[in-house]
Ligand binder design. Structure first.
Ligand SMILES: [Zn+2]
Ligand SMILES: [Zn+2]
Length: 307
């Protein structure tokens, strides 16, 4: 499916270094996070040995999909302890740049090492949006629930990404929500695809099929172009745009009803095939513009949450 859209993407490091060339003003920020993105990418392949295909993704529950229940929301995570710990060893040191979190990171890592912080229960609470349990589980180790959730998210992302790869393609065509059909997280970025010669419906059209890219597991899913992924507002003109004049393929798609936005890249306007996780960080200049407009990112990240 969507062969051209999925055409070989650049690595995250390459994408970030291209953005630094194109927009030197962002280089000092992007350079700090390059090792983190490189570590994530390495984990996707190094974890292949310790994750196996997930039945929830191989045989997706049609009822869940039509009812808007993410496939992993009620899954068992018995398998995740070893890969989660492996990912934590690679990711946590890369977050050392966030000095305010140094003590939390150390305590969280010790919790994992000692076995007091158990990944399978932690992840189950995180993915079922069970805030109460998540607070209870992380409280002995971190200063606040949001820090506990942030560290869990940073480590869990590459693990879920590897598990998705191991599971092969999951048919989520019945899914209509603005959050991820696999893990339930909001998208960090969207994109408009190029025309796909293999699909007759696009033979004459100009492409432009819209996909959202999950901020956590990296899954891409189709979404209605004129609708807001935050509140499902589908009125005509629901989505408004903010652009940077020098890179017309990059824009912010915002909704005034729920006051959220998602960055978007129009692949028809560029020959680039960026890594979408890196690209969403590289659109920081538009995040700043959106913040000036009083908008909130649908998927908050450490670089787009301005107080
Ligand atoms: Zn996801
Ligand atoms: Zn909205």
């Amino acid at each position: 499916m969507d062969a051209l859209y999925l055409a070989k993407r650049k690595s995250a490091s390459q994408t970030l270094s291209d953005i630094c060339d194109r927009r030197p003003a962002l280089a000092s920020v992007l350079t700090v996070f390059m090792p983190l993105y490189a570590a994530r990418e390495e984990l996707r392949s190094s974890l292949q040995g310790s994750v196996s295909a997930l039945p929830e993704l191989q045989h997706p529950n049609a009822e869940f999909l039509s009812q808007g229940v993410p496939l992993l929301a009620n899954a068992s995570f018995d398998w995740i302890d070893a890969p989660f710990k492996e990912a934590a060893k690679a990711i946590l040191p890369q977050l050392a740049g966030l000095e305010a979190l140094a003590a939390d990171i150390e305590a969280y890592a010790k919790g994992l090492e000692s076995g007091k912080l158990v990944p399978s229960t932690l992840v189950a609470a995180y993915l079922s949006s069970d805030a109460k349990s998540l607070v209870k589980i992380t409280k002995p180790f971190v200063a606040s629930a949001s820090v506990g959730a942030f560290l869990t998210q940073q480590i869990l992302g590459p693990v879920l990404h590897a598990a998705r790869n191991a599971s092969g393609e999951t048919d989520t065509a019945a899914w209509r929500q603005g959050y991820c059909p696999v893990c339930g997280s909001f998208p960090s970025i969207g994109c408009l695809g190029r025309p796909d010669p293999d699909q007759s419906e696009f033979a004459k059209g100009g492409g432009g099929k819209k996909f959202l890219h999950c901020s956590l597991c990296g899954n891409d899913w189709h979404f209605r172009r004129g609708a807001c992924p935050g509140c499902n507002n589908e009125e005509p003109g629901a989505i408004e745009y903010l652009r940077a004049p020098d890179t017309p393929w990059e824009r912010i798609e915002m909704c005034r009803k729920c006051n959220t936005y998602v960055p978007n890249i129009d692949l028809r306007e560029t020959t680039e095939n960026p890594d979408l996780d890196a690209e969403s960080l590289g659109m920081l200049h538009l995040d700043l513009k959106a913040a000036e407009e009083g908008l909130k990112p649908l998927a908050p990240a450490f670089w787009n949450t301005f107080d």
